[in-house]
Design a protein around this ligand. Structure first.
Ligand code: PHE
Ligand code: NA
Length: 446
């Protein structure tokens, strides 16, 4: 298939739209809160820098050089061993796993847009009980919004990746950032801000076990949209002579800064209202509306605006989660875009319903397996196993399967000689070793 080219800014917008999402504002604060803060955050930051950034460039390279879908690009770049490397394309499936819970969370956000028009919780206790009531017992509301999310996303997908959503995002991404920065500025004036800073940055090593490591590394992949074909697919449409290294620096910086600022702001509000960061998946829904309430009627306005912008951040990421599978079916099986979009949409819609129900009191028992419910299993399998596994495969692919001169000719002058050497070395040795250790520790072998 001939893939239409993005413009330079078009690529950055699409890639940043994919990276910046619920991972930054919903998930990062909640898992940092549950993992004890500082030490987790430090491991996360180091992983983003050492592993995430270098895999980001590798994944971009595979798309940029291969110019095809997530399976065919591997084949065409390693023609001698294409029957082995095509299995690297397994990663495109991960997006559907992620979508089963991601779509449910976007549904919560749509629900919060609507409730923000009329009422905001007057205390953190009220905010908490509103959220948990929805999560544990309000099946019909969640199903309604989940269905809406399915319809919206499937509609966007049928329009293709360069459709209107990226243009809308041009407006809504800055809106989200302005609101977050504004709320952050307000947070810095509160007494609780120093507490929040300490929680975020002072490492408490006694809180660290292998589970925290795995969560942090998995999240580094998740937040940068790595290891499931999204960046690869978008990079296949990157214009010629793009500076991959520069693009990767911008995306990594933007994504990381937004997560840290969102986390600091939300923790501050939680402390300020006598709560704590260990609030679970409801964190952003519990802490922010309480602050908006304090602002009076203008608070409703900001709450609506915030949740709309957040929904868009989630939607642009969601589109990128499903797009690799869609392109695969269009490329390989000559499906129409409509057919591919509806099929993938139905897939995440139906499994999403299972994820949704697995949180509720009524079905929790039925839909829990071992230590986790279905919702958390999907997150765990995708984020902690499949994304790092794909990272390992891509590091080996660029490090060993693609000829060095080809890689050099593209990124060496973008990196500079020394940085190129460090990057290449880390791809060949450091990243694979780290990922293998991680995967072994998941199997509880070490
Ligand atoms: N990076 C997105 C986020 O932080 C989630 C995502 C993961 C999107 C993987 C695409 C691929 O919300
Ligand atoms: Na992200």
């Amino acid at each position: 298939m001939k893939i239409a080219r993005f413009s330079r800014i078009g690529f950055i917008l699409a890639a940043a739209g994919s990276a910046v999402g619920l991972g930054n504002i919903w998930k990062f604060p909640y898992i940092a809160g549950e993992s004890g803060g500082g030490a987790f955050v430090l491991i996360y930051l180091v992983t983003v820098l050492l592993i995430g950034f270098s895999i980001l460039i590798s994944e971009m390279l595979i798309g940029y050089m291969g110019r095809k879908d997530g399976v065919s690009s591997f084949e065409s770049l390693a023609p001698k061993h294409k029957n082995i490397w095509k299995f690297a394309g397994f990663q495109s499936v991960t997006g559907l796993f992620i979508m089963t819970f991601y779509s449910v969370v976007i549904g919560w956000i749509l629900h919060y847009i609507v409730t923000s028009t009329t009422s905001l919780p007057s205390s953190i206790q009220e905010a908490e009980s509103t959220f948990t009531t929805m999560l544990y017992s309000d099946i019909s509301t969640q199903l309604f919004y989940h269905t809406l999310v399915f319809l919206i996303i499937t509609y966007i997908l049928t329009k293709g990746i360069k459709g209107g959503i990226q243009r809308l995002n041009l407006l809504l991404m800055p809106t989200l950032m302005i609101i977050i920065l504004g709320m952050f500025a307000y947070a810095t004036t509160l007494d609780a801000f120093s507490q929040s800073l300490e929680f975020m940055f002072a490492p408490k090593w006694d809180k660290i076990d292998s589970g925290v490591f795995i969560t942090a590394i998995g999240h580094a992949f998740f937040t940068l949209s790595l290891g499931m074909g999204a960046i690869l697919t978008y990079s296949a449409s990157m214009p010629k002579n793009s500076n991959l290294v520069q693009n990767a620096i911008w995306i990594t910086l933007l994504d990381t800064v937004i997560a840290i600022i969102a986390g600091l702001m939300l923790f501050t509000f939680l402390y300020e209202y006598g709560s704590s960061p260990a609030k679970g998946p409801g964190l952003v829904f519990i802490s922010l509306p309480t602050v908006f309430f304090e602002m009076g009627i203008i608070g409703n306005f900001f709450a609506i605006l915030f949740f709309i912008a957040l929904a868009f951040a989630g939607l642009t990421s969601a589109v990128s989660l499903v797009e690799p599978m869609i392109e695969y079916f269009i490329d390989r099986f000559k499906w129409s875009r409509l057919r591919a979009s509806v099929s993938m949409g139905l897939f995440f819609y139906l499994f999403g319903i299972v994820a949704l129900l697995s949180n509720t009191d009524a079905y929790k028992e039925l839909l829990s397996f071992g230590s986790r419910n279905f919702f958390d299993w999907m997150d765990h399998i995708a984020t902690s196993i499949m994304l790092p596994l794909a990272g390992l495969v891509m590091a080996l692919f660029i490090g060993f399967a693609v000829e060095k001169q080809r890689v050099e000719s593209i990124v060496k002058h973008q990196f500079g000689v020394v940085a190129f050497k460090v990057w290449y070395f880390s791809l060949r040795y450091i990243t694979p070793v780290a990922m293998i250790l991680l995967l072994l520790s998941l199997l509880e072998i070490i």
